[in-house]
Design a protein around this ligand. Structure first.
Ligand code: FES
Ligand SMILES: [Fe+2]
Length: 350
Protein backbone atom coordinates (compact mmCIF):
# COMPACT_ATOMS: atom_id res chain seq x y z
CA UNK A 1 0.00 0.00 0.00
CA UNK A 2 1.22 3.47 -0.84
CA UNK A 3 2.13 5.79 2.04
CA UNK A 4 -0.45 8.47 2.71
CA UNK A 5 0.74 11.80 1.35
CA UNK A 6 -0.65 15.05 2.67
CA UNK A 7 -0.48 18.25 0.65
CA UNK A 8 0.74 19.96 3.84
CA UNK A 9 4.19 18.59 2.94
CA UNK A 10 4.26 21.71 0.72
CA UNK A 11 4.12 25.31 1.84
CA UNK A 12 0.82 26.89 0.72
CA UNK A 13 -0.10 30.57 0.89
CA UNK A 14 -3.42 30.74 2.75
CA UNK A 15 -4.00 34.42 3.61
CA UNK A 16 -2.77 37.91 2.87
CA UNK A 17 -0.43 38.90 5.70
CA UNK A 18 -2.26 42.15 6.26
CA UNK A 19 -5.49 40.25 6.94
CA UNK A 20 -3.99 38.74 10.10
CA UNK A 21 -4.00 41.33 12.88
CA UNK A 22 -4.83 40.95 16.55
CA UNK A 23 -7.72 38.51 16.05
CA UNK A 24 -7.27 34.86 15.03
CA UNK A 25 -8.40 33.89 11.54
CA UNK A 26 -9.63 30.58 10.17
CA UNK A 27 -8.13 29.30 6.94
CA UNK A 28 -8.83 26.08 5.08
CA UNK A 29 -6.46 23.78 3.28
CA UNK A 30 -7.41 20.51 1.63
CA UNK A 31 -10.47 19.89 3.76
CA UNK A 32 -8.90 20.84 7.10
CA UNK A 33 -9.50 24.04 9.07
CA UNK A 34 -6.66 25.86 10.78
CA UNK A 35 -6.61 28.76 13.24
CA UNK A 36 -3.92 31.34 12.55
CA UNK A 37 -2.90 34.00 15.00
CA UNK A 38 -0.27 36.62 15.54
CA UNK A 39 1.19 37.34 18.97
CA UNK A 40 1.87 40.87 20.17
CA UNK A 41 5.54 40.40 19.14
CA UNK A 42 4.43 39.53 15.59
CA UNK A 43 5.22 35.81 15.88
CA UNK A 44 2.78 33.52 14.09
CA UNK A 45 0.87 30.50 15.31
CA UNK A 46 -1.14 27.93 13.33
CA UNK A 47 -3.02 24.96 14.78
CA UNK A 48 -5.85 22.71 13.68
CA UNK A 49 -9.00 24.73 14.33
CA UNK A 50 -10.62 22.28 16.70
CA UNK A 51 -10.12 22.48 20.42
CA UNK A 52 -9.13 19.05 21.79
CA UNK A 53 -11.55 19.59 24.70
CA UNK A 54 -14.93 19.68 22.94
CA UNK A 55 -14.04 20.74 19.42
CA UNK A 56 -14.87 24.46 19.60
CA UNK A 57 -13.22 26.49 16.82
CA UNK A 58 -10.10 28.08 18.25
CA UNK A 59 -10.24 30.75 15.54
CA UNK A 60 -13.27 32.17 17.38
CA UNK A 61 -11.10 32.64 20.48
CA UNK A 62 -8.65 35.38 21.38
CA UNK A 63 -4.95 36.02 21.52
CA UNK A 64 -3.73 36.43 25.11
CA UNK A 65 -1.01 38.85 26.17
CA UNK A 66 1.45 35.93 26.58
CA UNK A 67 1.00 35.10 22.86
CA UNK A 68 -1.13 31.99 23.46
CA UNK A 69 -4.44 31.39 21.71
CA UNK A 70 -7.38 30.91 24.09
CA UNK A 71 -10.40 28.79 23.19
CA UNK A 72 -13.69 30.75 23.25
CA UNK A 73 -15.58 27.99 25.09
CA UNK A 74 -13.72 27.08 28.34
CA UNK A 75 -10.56 29.12 27.90
CA UNK A 76 -7.97 26.42 27.25
CA UNK A 77 -4.77 28.07 25.99
CA UNK A 78 -2.43 26.89 23.28
CA UNK A 79 1.09 27.95 22.46
CA UNK A 80 2.68 27.92 19.00
CA UNK A 81 3.81 24.32 19.49
CA UNK A 82 0.18 23.34 20.10
CA UNK A 83 0.74 22.65 23.80
CA UNK A 84 -2.57 23.19 25.56
CA UNK A 85 -3.50 23.90 29.15
CA UNK A 86 -6.84 24.08 30.90
CA UNK A 87 -7.04 27.09 33.29
CA UNK A 88 -9.60 25.33 35.50
CA UNK A 89 -7.67 22.01 35.65
CA UNK A 90 -4.00 22.95 35.06
CA UNK A 91 -2.65 19.45 35.70
CA UNK A 92 -4.81 17.84 33.01
CA UNK A 93 -2.67 15.98 30.49
CA UNK A 94 -3.10 15.35 26.73
CA UNK A 95 -4.51 18.78 25.99
CA UNK A 96 -2.43 19.36 22.86
CA UNK A 97 -3.57 20.29 19.39
CA UNK A 98 -1.69 19.66 16.14
CA UNK A 99 0.45 22.67 15.27
CA UNK A 100 1.64 23.75 11.85
CA UNK A 101 4.53 25.85 10.67
CA UNK A 102 3.43 29.39 9.75
CA UNK A 103 5.64 31.81 7.85
CA UNK A 104 5.09 35.31 6.52
CA UNK A 105 6.67 35.97 3.14
CA UNK A 106 5.92 38.07 0.04
CA UNK A 107 2.95 39.65 1.81
CA UNK A 108 1.21 36.32 2.52
CA UNK A 109 0.98 33.78 5.34
CA UNK A 110 2.12 30.30 4.33
CA UNK A 111 1.58 27.07 6.24
CA UNK A 112 3.10 23.61 6.07
CA UNK A 113 3.78 20.65 8.35
CA UNK A 114 6.31 21.50 11.03
CA UNK A 115 9.07 19.29 9.65
CA UNK A 116 9.10 20.88 6.18
CA UNK A 117 12.39 22.76 5.63
CA UNK A 118 11.87 26.47 5.09
CA UNK A 119 13.85 26.42 1.85
CA UNK A 120 10.97 24.46 0.28
CA UNK A 121 8.86 27.60 0.35
CA UNK A 122 8.69 28.60 -3.33
CA UNK A 123 10.93 31.42 -4.41
CA UNK A 124 8.93 33.85 -6.55
CA UNK A 125 11.71 36.39 -7.10
CA UNK A 126 13.03 37.02 -10.59
CA UNK A 127 15.90 39.36 -11.54
CA UNK A 128 14.67 42.78 -12.66
CA UNK A 129 11.15 42.27 -11.30
CA UNK A 130 9.84 44.18 -8.30
CA UNK A 131 6.96 43.24 -6.04
CA UNK A 132 3.84 45.14 -7.03
CA UNK A 133 1.13 43.61 -4.84
CA UNK A 134 -0.67 40.51 -3.64
CA UNK A 135 -4.36 39.61 -3.67
CA UNK A 136 -6.65 36.65 -3.09
CA UNK A 137 -9.66 35.45 -5.04
CA UNK A 138 -11.91 32.54 -4.21
CA UNK A 139 -12.86 30.11 -6.97
CA UNK A 140 -15.99 28.09 -6.24
CA UNK A 141 -14.79 24.95 -7.96
CA UNK A 142 -12.49 22.01 -7.21
CA UNK A 143 -8.76 22.40 -7.69
CA UNK A 144 -8.62 20.48 -10.97
CA UNK A 145 -11.27 22.73 -12.56
CA UNK A 146 -9.42 25.86 -11.47
CA UNK A 147 -6.20 24.40 -12.81
CA UNK A 148 -7.84 23.46 -16.13
CA UNK A 149 -8.91 27.07 -16.57
CA UNK A 150 -5.35 28.24 -15.99
CA UNK A 151 -3.93 25.62 -18.35
CA UNK A 152 -5.29 27.26 -21.50
CA UNK A 153 -5.89 30.73 -22.94
CA UNK A 154 -8.35 29.64 -25.61
CA UNK A 155 -11.13 31.13 -23.46
CA UNK A 156 -9.56 34.60 -23.47
CA UNK A 157 -11.84 36.43 -25.99
CA UNK A 158 -14.97 35.07 -24.33
CA UNK A 159 -14.21 35.20 -20.61
CA UNK A 160 -11.90 38.21 -20.48
CA UNK A 161 -12.29 41.84 -21.35
CA UNK A 162 -8.92 43.56 -21.09
CA UNK A 163 -5.87 41.38 -21.63
CA UNK A 164 -5.37 39.27 -24.71
CA UNK A 165 -7.16 39.25 -28.05
CA UNK A 166 -10.62 39.69 -29.56
CA UNK A 167 -12.74 36.98 -31.13
CA UNK A 168 -12.15 38.50 -34.58
CA UNK A 169 -8.38 38.03 -34.10
CA UNK A 170 -8.54 34.32 -33.47
CA UNK A 171 -7.01 31.97 -34.57
CA UNK A 172 -4.13 32.53 -32.24
CA UNK A 173 -0.85 33.59 -33.87
CA UNK A 174 1.38 31.33 -31.90
CA UNK A 175 0.81 28.55 -29.43
CA UNK A 176 3.16 26.00 -27.94
CA UNK A 177 2.86 23.63 -25.02
CA UNK A 178 5.53 21.37 -23.62
CA UNK A 179 5.00 18.61 -21.10
CA UNK A 180 7.82 17.85 -18.69
CA UNK A 181 8.22 15.40 -15.83
CA UNK A 182 7.64 18.03 -13.18
CA UNK A 183 5.84 20.87 -15.00
CA UNK A 184 4.09 22.12 -18.09
CA UNK A 185 5.15 25.11 -20.13
CA UNK A 186 2.71 27.02 -22.31
CA UNK A 187 3.06 29.96 -24.66
CA UNK A 188 0.49 32.10 -26.48
CA UNK A 189 0.87 35.08 -28.75
CA UNK A 190 -1.95 37.08 -30.30
CA UNK A 191 -2.96 40.65 -31.17
CA UNK A 192 -3.65 42.67 -28.04
CA UNK A 193 -7.27 43.82 -27.99
CA UNK A 194 -7.84 47.60 -27.80
CA UNK A 195 -7.94 48.73 -24.20
CA UNK A 196 -7.69 52.01 -22.37
CA UNK A 197 -5.05 50.42 -20.19
CA UNK A 198 -2.80 49.81 -23.16
CA UNK A 199 -1.50 53.36 -23.41
CA UNK A 200 -0.64 53.30 -19.74
CA UNK A 201 1.70 50.35 -20.34
CA UNK A 202 3.18 51.78 -23.55
CA UNK A 203 1.26 49.39 -25.81
CA UNK A 204 0.38 50.56 -29.34
CA UNK A 205 -2.50 49.51 -31.59
CA UNK A 206 -1.69 46.24 -33.35
CA UNK A 207 0.89 45.19 -30.76
CA UNK A 208 1.18 41.57 -29.82
CA UNK A 209 0.23 40.16 -26.44
CA UNK A 210 2.47 37.39 -25.14
CA UNK A 211 1.57 35.08 -22.30
CA UNK A 212 4.02 32.43 -21.22
CA UNK A 213 3.62 30.33 -18.16
CA UNK A 214 4.99 27.39 -16.24
CA UNK A 215 2.84 25.24 -13.97
CA UNK A 216 4.41 23.38 -11.07
CA UNK A 217 3.01 21.16 -8.37
CA UNK A 218 4.93 21.74 -5.15
CA UNK A 219 2.36 23.30 -4.43
CA UNK A 220 0.11 23.88 -7.44
CA UNK A 221 0.94 27.16 -9.10
CA UNK A 222 1.21 28.78 -12.51
CA UNK A 223 3.70 31.53 -13.06
CA UNK A 224 2.39 33.82 -15.79
CA UNK A 225 4.71 36.15 -17.66
CA UNK A 226 2.76 38.75 -19.64
CA UNK A 227 4.46 41.09 -22.08
CA UNK A 228 3.87 43.00 -25.31
CA UNK A 229 5.91 43.53 -28.45
CA UNK A 230 5.49 45.30 -31.74
CA UNK A 231 3.98 43.09 -34.50
CA UNK A 232 7.43 41.93 -35.65
CA UNK A 233 8.13 40.65 -32.16
CA UNK A 234 11.46 42.43 -32.07
CA UNK A 235 10.66 45.47 -29.95
CA UNK A 236 9.66 44.80 -26.39
CA UNK A 237 7.20 47.25 -24.83
CA UNK A 238 8.34 48.72 -21.51
CA UNK A 239 6.19 46.83 -19.00
CA UNK A 240 6.38 43.12 -18.24
CA UNK A 241 4.15 41.55 -15.64
CA UNK A 242 4.87 38.39 -13.72
CA UNK A 243 2.07 36.76 -11.76
CA UNK A 244 2.86 33.65 -9.72
CA UNK A 245 -0.66 32.30 -9.16
CA UNK A 246 -0.99 29.82 -6.29
CA UNK A 247 -4.04 27.56 -6.27
CA UNK A 248 -4.66 26.52 -2.68
CA UNK A 249 -7.40 23.88 -2.40
CA UNK A 250 -9.74 24.68 0.49
CA UNK A 251 -12.06 21.70 0.17
CA UNK A 252 -13.71 19.61 -2.56
CA UNK A 253 -15.67 22.62 -3.86
CA UNK A 254 -13.47 25.66 -3.43
CA UNK A 255 -9.99 26.83 -4.29
CA UNK A 256 -8.31 29.95 -2.97
CA UNK A 257 -6.14 31.83 -5.43
CA UNK A 258 -3.28 33.74 -3.89
CA UNK A 259 -1.72 35.88 -6.58
CA UNK A 260 1.56 37.74 -6.28
CA UNK A 261 2.22 40.55 -8.72
CA UNK A 262 5.68 41.49 -9.89
CA UNK A 263 6.53 44.04 -12.54
CA UNK A 264 9.54 44.95 -14.62
CA UNK A 265 9.43 48.52 -15.84
CA UNK A 266 11.91 49.45 -18.54
CA UNK A 267 10.94 53.06 -19.21
CA UNK A 268 11.87 56.04 -17.00
CA UNK A 269 8.32 57.41 -17.13
CA UNK A 270 6.94 54.13 -15.80
CA UNK A 271 9.58 53.90 -13.09
CA UNK A 272 8.80 57.43 -11.96
CA UNK A 273 5.18 56.41 -11.59
CA UNK A 274 6.14 53.11 -9.96
CA UNK A 275 3.58 53.04 -7.08
CA UNK A 276 0.79 53.96 -9.47
CA UNK A 277 1.90 51.45 -12.10
CA UNK A 278 2.21 48.71 -9.50
CA UNK A 279 -1.29 49.41 -8.24
CA UNK A 280 -2.63 49.57 -11.79
CA UNK A 281 -0.96 46.29 -12.79
CA UNK A 282 -2.28 44.53 -9.70
CA UNK A 283 -5.80 45.87 -10.30
CA UNK A 284 -5.65 44.77 -13.94
CA UNK A 285 -4.61 41.19 -13.18
CA UNK A 286 -7.07 41.04 -10.32
CA UNK A 287 -9.95 41.95 -12.64
CA UNK A 288 -8.85 39.38 -15.18
CA UNK A 289 -8.69 36.67 -12.55
CA UNK A 290 -12.06 37.73 -11.21
CA UNK A 291 -13.46 37.17 -14.72
CA UNK A 292 -12.25 33.58 -14.44
CA UNK A 293 -13.65 33.23 -10.91
CA UNK A 294 -17.06 34.45 -12.07
CA UNK A 295 -17.13 31.94 -14.92
CA UNK A 296 -15.78 28.72 -13.35
CA UNK A 297 -18.84 27.85 -11.20
CA UNK A 298 -20.47 27.05 -14.57
CA UNK A 299 -18.03 24.17 -15.04
CA UNK A 300 -17.45 23.23 -11.40
CA UNK A 301 -18.86 19.72 -12.00
CA UNK A 302 -16.35 18.89 -14.74
CA UNK A 303 -15.23 15.31 -14.15
CA UNK A 304 -11.54 14.82 -13.45
CA UNK A 305 -11.23 12.05 -16.04
CA UNK A 306 -12.42 14.30 -18.94
CA UNK A 307 -13.86 11.17 -20.54
CA UNK A 308 -16.05 11.88 -23.55
CA UNK A 309 -14.83 15.46 -24.02
CA UNK A 310 -13.77 16.60 -27.47
CA UNK A 311 -10.44 18.12 -26.49
CA UNK A 312 -8.46 20.28 -28.93
CA UNK A 313 -4.81 21.21 -29.26
CA UNK A 314 -5.05 23.95 -26.65
CA UNK A 315 -6.14 21.35 -24.11
CA UNK A 316 -2.92 19.37 -24.34
CA UNK A 317 -1.53 20.77 -21.04
CA UNK A 318 -4.74 19.87 -19.16
CA UNK A 319 -4.24 16.15 -19.53
CA UNK A 320 -0.63 16.24 -18.44
CA UNK A 321 -1.44 18.58 -15.54
CA UNK A 322 -3.99 16.09 -14.24
CA UNK A 323 -1.35 13.38 -14.23
CA UNK A 324 1.07 15.65 -12.38
CA UNK A 325 -1.63 16.56 -9.87
CA UNK A 326 -1.96 12.90 -8.97
CA UNK A 327 1.69 11.95 -9.08
CA UNK A 328 3.39 15.02 -7.64
CA UNK A 329 0.80 16.88 -5.61
CA UNK A 330 -1.68 14.46 -4.10
CA UNK A 331 0.68 11.50 -4.25
CA UNK A 332 -2.40 9.37 -4.92
CA UNK A 333 -5.16 9.07 -7.48
CA UNK A 334 -8.00 11.57 -7.78
CA UNK A 335 -10.43 8.93 -6.50
CA UNK A 336 -8.31 8.17 -3.45
CA UNK A 337 -7.88 11.83 -2.69
CA UNK A 338 -11.57 12.60 -3.13
CA UNK A 339 -12.46 9.81 -0.71
CA UNK A 340 -10.14 11.34 1.84
CA UNK A 341 -11.70 14.79 1.41
CA UNK A 342 -15.14 13.28 1.92
CA UNK A 343 -13.95 11.63 5.14
CA UNK A 344 -12.60 14.91 6.43
CA UNK A 345 -15.82 16.71 5.57
CA UNK A 346 -17.75 14.08 7.57
CA UNK A 347 -15.86 15.12 10.71
CA UNK A 348 -13.25 13.78 13.13
CA UNK A 349 -15.48 11.05 14.58
CA UNK A 350 -16.12 9.34 11.30
S1 FES B 1 -14.01 23.39 23.83
FE1 FES B 1 -12.18 24.51 23.99
S2 FES B 1 -11.90 24.81 26.06
FE2 FES B 1 -13.68 23.62 25.94
FE1 LIG C 1 -8.68 33.24 -17.82
Amino acid sequence: MRAMAAVTRFFHPVLRARDLRDRPVQVRLDGERYALWRGADGSLGAVVDRCPHRFAPLSAGEVRSDGRLACPYHGWRFDRDGRGQSPSQPGLSRCDVRAMQAVERYGAIWIADRDVPLDRLPNIERPGFEHAGVFVEQFMCPLHVALDNFSEDEHTPWVHTRLGWLERDTPILDFAAENHDDRTEVRYRAIQRPSQLSRFFGIRPGDHFHNEWVTRFDPVRSEYLISWTDPSGETQRPAQLLAPIFMTPQDAQSTLFVVFMLAKLDAPYLRRLRPLVHRGATALIRREIRDDAVFVPNVADTPFAMKGMRLGRFDKPLIHNHRLLERLYWGESYDEHSARLRERAAGPNQ
